[in-house]
Write a protein that binds this ligand. Structure first.
Ligand code: RB5
Length: 168
């Protein structure tokens, strides 16, 4: 049993080392970003900070979220986490970047099913809506989920991808 536990721990460590996550937030998500960055780093993830790097009371979420989304789209980072006050603006902006599938998440079911069925690659959270403990559970659930390769899921995603190419 001991060695089974060790194998499970090793494979979780390996997964964390292989996956990178980018994080971005405006003033509405700044505090939560700091908390989640600390938790992710402590857990062993490679985290790239797209800002804001300081609290600027009147900054604009696209300035941080769009570079994050582009980096996910280019495959430079595995997944993205975008935070604003409600999470709505971050989600709207991220979804404008081709190749990004972003969703505003506040429950653990959607945090994993969004990846498993819909290949969500950017998770958005509301810094003024979701507390830090739940947000950390959502992030862990998101990072531990994998897309389930399945004909009906890939068929639906192909229809979404066609929209980006103007082929609808
Ligand atoms: C900023 O005040 C707020 O509008 C923004 O963080 C976000 O909630 C937008 O959706």
């Amino acid at each position: 049993m001991e060695s089974v536990n060790n194998m499970e721990n090793n494979s979780a460590d390996h997964r964390r080392e292989e996956m990178s996550i980018g994080i971005a937030a405006d003033h509405g998500g700044f505090e939560l970003k700091g908390q989640l960055m600390a938790a992710l780093t402590f857990a062993g993830y490679l985290v790239k900070d797209f800002g804001a790097h300081e609290l600027i009371a009147n900054d604009d979420y696209p300035d941080y979220v769009v570079p994050l989304a582009r980096s996910v789209s280019r495959g430079e980072i595995t997944r993205g986490l975008a935070i604003c006050g409600s999470g709505v603006g971050a989600c709207v902006a991220a979804n404008k970047v081709p190749g990004v599938r972003a969703a505003l998440i506040s429950d653990t079911f959607s945090a994993h099913q969004g990846v498993e069925d819909d290949d969500m690659n950017v998770m958005c959270v509301g810094g003024r809506v979701t507390g830090s403990a739940l947000a950390w559970e959502l992030v862990q659930t998101f990072m531990n989920a994998d897309f389930k390769v399945n004909e009906r899921f890939t068929r639906r995603l192909a229809k979404v991808a066609a929209l980006e190419k103007g082929l609808e």
